[in-house]
Design a protein around this ligand. Structure first.
Ligand code: NCD
Length: 327
């Protein structure tokens, strides 16, 4: 089993994972193939392999998280690493300790890897420049969420059998979405045709330079698509101020069985979670066979195992002595 994983021959990347922007199709495919070999670990009676034994991973999340933080924790534990979670609300951050002092303290405690989620775009890159340990971006502001895009890619490949040539519609609050920004890069790089579907106010400025087609009407945007990725309306980032009302948004952009049957009958439906039920998605039971939302969560663990293994499993220090891998 371990030999199979070690033999996947995925090209190394790193030493950090801050953005998907530098990842070639070969590296992306290598990560997905490595994740595929880790899937099996989740089905063993003893869900553990010893590839990161003796390593310590720290989760430092300055924003709320259910999936990403526990997924990294489970992934690291399945690789036999030690994991601790530092919560800013219960740490010296509440006493005014700076981000830099906090991460330097975590490194001095012996962390080999740090997963950081932060409301400011660029915070993971800022700390990666100043630390020796591996830094993984668990979501920074509206900028990037690399492991989410990787697990979305994995889920699409697993459920649809391929990525190249698929029509993928990303629907909703693109403006505030780090998930969208990462997914657009990875999907386009793997040969998918990406459409963005949102009211004009939720489309970021500068979109003309992105490898996407933009639609403002749901019926035009998702018609004939193979994959529909709904995004959460990020009300904590003031998304409510960009639309007339949440119920109006739900009426015009909400995904439900009726909309899917009419416009994209075979489409796979993704959502990074958490879902605002009745807003982005309603009546999921009506299209349960086409919903991949829990598959995304399940596959996310294997994808994060692959990322942790490829970054921290040895070799990357030698391969990238000058800390490459940043934008
Ligand atoms: C996303 C995030 O936090 O960026 N969630 C996640 O990581 N699964 C998307 C969101 O919060 O809407």
């Amino acid at each position: 089993m371990i030999n199979k994983i070690l033999a996947t021959g995925a090209p190394p990347f790193g030493p950090h994972l801050l953005s998907v922007s530098g990842l070639s199709p070969e590296v992306l495919t290598g990560i997905l193939d490595t994740a595929e070999s880790f899937l099996e670990v989740g089905h063993q009676t003893v869900k553990k392999v010893p590839v990161l034994r003796g390593k310590t991973l720290v989760n430092l999340f300055y924003e709320s998280s259910t999936r990403t933080r526990s997924s990294f924790e489970i992934a690291a534990k399945r690789l036999s690493a030690d994991v601790i979670n530092v919560s800013p609300t219960q740490s010296s951050v509440t006493k005014g300790e700076s981000l830099l002092d906090t991460v330097r303290t975590i490194e001095a405690l012996g962390a080999d890897g740090l997963v950081i989620r932060h409301p400011s775009s660029g915070a993971p890159a800022f700390v990666a420049d100043r630390l020796r340990c591996h830094v993984i971006n668990g979501g920074d502001g509206c900028h990037q969420h690399p492991t989410q895009a990787l697990l979305d890619l994995f889920t699409i490949r697993k459920r649809m059998g391929r990525i190249e040539g698929l029509k993928v519609a990303i629907v909703g609050d693109i403006l505030h979405s780090r998930v969208a920004r990462s997914n657009i890069m990875t999907l386009a790089r793997m040969g998918a045709h990406v459409r963005l579907v949102a009211p004009p106010t939720l489309i970021p400025p500068g979109i003309r330079t992105w490898p996407v087609e933009v639609y403002h009407r749901l019926d035009e945007g998702i018609r004939g698509c193979d994959v529909v990725m709904a995004l959460r309306l990020q009300l904590e980032r003031a998304a409510g101020g960009y639309i007339p009302s949440v119920s109006e948004y739900a009426r015009l952009y909400g995904i439900n069985a009726d909309v899917l049957d009419r416009l994209a009958p075979g489409a796979l439906v993704l959502h990074p979670g958490p879902v605002n039920r009745g807003v982005e998605i309603s009546g999921e039971e009506g299209f349960a066979d086409r919903s991949a939302i829990l598959s995304q969560v399940e596959f996310g663990v294997s994808v994060r195992m692959a990322v942790l293994y490829l970054l921290m499993g040895g070799g990357s220090e030698e391969a990238f002595p000058d800390k490459g891998g940043k934008e």
